[in-house]
Write a protein that binds this ligand. Structure first.
Ligand code: PRP
Ligand code: MG
Length: 212
């Protein structure tokens, strides 16, 4: 039988709410012993639990047909991937932040600055539109510590509650992007599977309407 393969974040902030959305859409997920993959017993769907940053490549290659993923990840490395639906949860911003004590008067202050980030493409594009060139240091986690250890003058990362910035004595100075969880679709999805996806999307839309 033809099933759609959908990627869900393996661990992290989107994981729980993604599964909750599918559950609310009436899709039961039988978690077998094989924990990186699960099938639904009542809908032609398989779930693959994957690392966030890997999902755009899986979509691009058609290894999965769809994914529930942060819009921020798509903007960073998935320009060719279709965003089918905004899902209304995991809302956050991708922002630039500098040490609280620093006097900041505008993005031009970041000319030549060392910026630590996991979102190099997003930052580069944002700054280049403003005519600013910076020295980007790509790190994969705990980005907010960089200014305190002398690695960077500024950072760019996800801001949700703002508590990580606060704890690290940083202040948000530019919001580059507002993001939330989205349903993303592979450019290689087959027409048969696209039919199934449409059914899933229809159910998701009903859930989102009921939530509002
Ligand atoms: C994420 C993100 C920020 C923080 C934002 O980090 O990278 O650091 O959450 O959330 P807040 O504004 O509510 O504090 P996470 O804790 O997932 O860890 P990581 O950066 O090491 O991946
Ligand atoms: Mg972090």
């Amino acid at each position: 039988m033809n099933r759609i393969r959908i990627a869900v974040q393996k661990s992290g902030r989107l994981h729980e709410d993604s599964l909750k959305l599918l559950k609310d859409a009436g899709i039961s997920i039988d978690n077998g012993r094989e924990q990186l993959k699960a099938a639904s017993g009542n809908f032609p769907l398989e779930i693959f639990y994957l690392r966030n940053g890997d999902i755009p490549q899986y979509l691009r290659d058609g290894v999965v047909d769809a994914a529930i993923i942060g819009e921020n990840v798509l903007v960073e490395k998935g320009e060719d991937i279709i965003m089918a639906e905004k899902l209304g949860f995991s809302k956050c911003r991708v922002s630039l932040a500098v040490p609280k004590a620093l006097k900041y008067s505008g993005v031009e202050d970041l000319q030549g600055a060392r910026i630590a980030t996991s979102y190099p493409n997003t930052v580069r594009e944002y700054l280049s539109k403003k005519g600013v060139t910076a020295d980007l240091h790509i790190i994969n986690g705990s980005v907010e510590i960089a200014p305190n250890i002398g690695l960077a003058d500024a950072i760019c990362d996800i801001v949700s509650s703002g508590s990580t910035l606060f704890k690290n004595n940083l202040k948000e100075v530019e919001v580059m992007l507002k993001s939330e969880a989205v349903l993303a679709v592979s450019p290689k999805i087959s027409s048969e599977r696209d039919e199934i996806l449409k059914k899933l999307q229809f159910r998701i839309q009903a859930v989102l309407r009921a939530r509002n």
